[in-house]
Each structure stands twice: as structure tokens, then as C-alpha cells.
Design a protein around this ligand. Structure first.
Ligand SMILES: [Zn+2]
Length: 198
């Protein structure tokens, strides 16, 4: 057995969240139980995922079509847009189940330290959506740390000029907490008690 192949495979699995040395080793050695077909299917599924996954032309969420399932759902309330940092945050809010509006995925937050400016994020597309659709509320739901607050302030300042209602989720979210790590009740409360930023 070529130990380099095993080492490389372990390194690949270690890139997954919550997988350290030991877990990665366990996964790699469990692959010994896989049939040749299992291994082929596994690698084909990974490749297909990488090739087919794209971004929704409207909201920048992940999708396997031009537009995501939420943007194409006629039952969604198109007058509200919830702005989040990453696609996984959409899943967190969908899990609460009481929000029926649309989303906009920024793809990050403004971070001078990491060299990420407003132009690196999907902010212009968000502002265009306000003009095109009949949006009456934009809810900002970014992480409450310096970068998240700066980004919400930046977007808020632009949107307030359009005259629409701009709110941000606030209560109960610990400073620096990742949206996708929050328990459902905390996130639900933060959403319900959102505050106007003007
Ligand atoms: Zn979409």
C-alpha cells in the first residue's frame, strides 16, 4: 500500500468541518470496507457536485439551476429580503420555518484585514433587486462582530436612501457568534425582535 495515497486522503478529509487527524484516519480506513462501485459512486458524486453547483442569478444562493428554489417559489413573499453572509445561513433561517420572504447571500463580509471590500460582495445585485422588485423591507442578518456590523452599516446607509424599511436582527446573539451555530430559539427570537436601523 502506498502510504502517500493514504496520507493525501487523510489530508483531504481533514478539510471537512469537525474532522481532525483521528476522525480522518477512521474514515480512510473505513473505505477499505467499500466496494469498488461504492468508491466510484462516491467520487462521481463529489465531481458532479463540484461541476453542477452554481449561484442563483437573483440571490447568489447555491443552486443547480439558473435560479434557486426559493427565488422560483411563487408562494414566497417577495416584498421582504433577508440578507445573510453565506448559503448555510439560508438553511438556518429556513429551519426556523416562520420566514416566508426571499434571501440575498452576500458571499462574505467587508473585511479590510482580509482585503475584502464592498465590490467583492454581492451588494450591487442586492440594490438592483430593490429597484426591480416591490421590496418594502430588507432585514440584515450578519454576524454581530466588527466586520458584520461594518457591512450592515454600509448596506444600511445605501438602502436608507431608497426609503425602504431596513432592520437588523439583534437580540440574544452573542458577539462574534456564527449564525449557523445558533440554536433555533435564539435565532427565532433575534429575527422576531429585529430593530429598525434608521
Ligand atoms: Zn435565489
Amino acid at each position: 500500500m502506498d502510504s502517500l495515497i493514504i496520507k493525501n486522503l487523510i489530508e483531504s478529509f481533514k478539510k471537512l468541518p469537525s474532522i481532525g487527524d483521528k476522525s480522518a484516519e477512521r474514515i480512510v480506513f473505513s473505505l477499505l470496507e467499500f466496494t469498488s462501485d461504492d468508491i466510484t459512486n462516491f467520487s462521481n458524486n463529489l465531481l458532479a457536485f463540484r461541476e453542477k453547483i452554481g449561484r442563483c442569478e437573483i440571490c447568489n444562493n447555491i443552486t443547480f439551476d439558473n435560479n434557486c428554489e426559493i427565488c422560483t417559489d411563487l408562494d414566497r413573499n417577495k416584498s421582504k429580503i433577508l440578507v445573510v453572509e453565506k448559503p448555510k445561513d439560508v438553511v438556518s433561517f429556513e429551519r426556523i420555518g416562520n420566514y416566508n420572504g426571499l434571501y440575498h447571500v452576500l458571499g462574505g463580509v467587508i473585511s479590510p484585514y482580509s482585503g475584502i471590500g464592498p465590490n467583492d460582495l454581492s451588494i450591487e445585485a442586492l440594490i438592483k433587486r430593490i429597484d426591480i422588485d416591490n421590496v418594502n423591507e430588507v432585514i440584515l442578518a450578519l454576524k454581530p462582530n466588527i466586520e458584520g456590523e461594518t457591512t450592515m452599516q454600509y448596506i444600511g446607509n445605501i438602502l436608507l436612501k431608497t426609503g425602504i424599511k431596513v432592520t437588523k436582527i439583534a437580540t440574544g446573539i452573542p458577539v462574534g457568534a456564527d449564525i449557523d451555530y445558533l440554536d433555533q430559539m435564539t435565532l427565532e427570537l433575534a429575527f422576531e425582535e429585529r430593530k429598525s436601523i434608521s
